[in-house]
Ligand binder design. Sequence first.
Ligand code: SF4
Length: 193
Amino acid sequence: MNNLNELIKGFEIKNVLQCFETSGYFRFIAEADKEFGDVIPTIFLKFPPGKSNYLINENILMLRIFDRMVTFFPNRNVVITNTKDREEAVEVLEEIRGIINEAYQDCLKYGKPNGRRVEAVKKISWKDLYECLPQINCGKCGLQLCSSFALGVMQGEKKLADCEPLSDSKYYVNLKGIKNKLGPFLLQTLGWE
Ligand code: SF4
């Protein structure tokens, strides 16, 4: 990553608390060297909706990633749960630094996401995706039902591109509907290159 385009250079661990998810593990509270609140909506759009909970008004994002809950606060802080020790916390924080800086680069390239788009994505459920799928239960994606596939995509366990029929011109309208519903960021996040 080009250093000129980095928003944050690192975190300082400010507090360590008992984890309420796993006995004997810890929650780490860390502060970034710069504010990153402006990029939180972009981070939200870069993860499958099933992995996230975004409080729009508070601009607080909770992501289930790296086998733990990671919460991004607009006041420079992140909290990571389910962490064995400080060494593991430093490794995870480095990954989080990468996520924030990548979102920052996206903001520089595409601009900040439109608020209405963010609200629309927050409301999207697996049923919305299912409505746009071919609904022929052909099994080509490795699942027997299109509804299971829609759930898997929203959880980040399946890629949209795994649905072969979507590339068929016969289902052009379905693909168009998905593109309209998801928008370019989420479309890419959910595995449509
Ligand atoms: S490949 Fe597509 S159409 Fe076939 S079952 Fe999977 S989601 Fe449904």
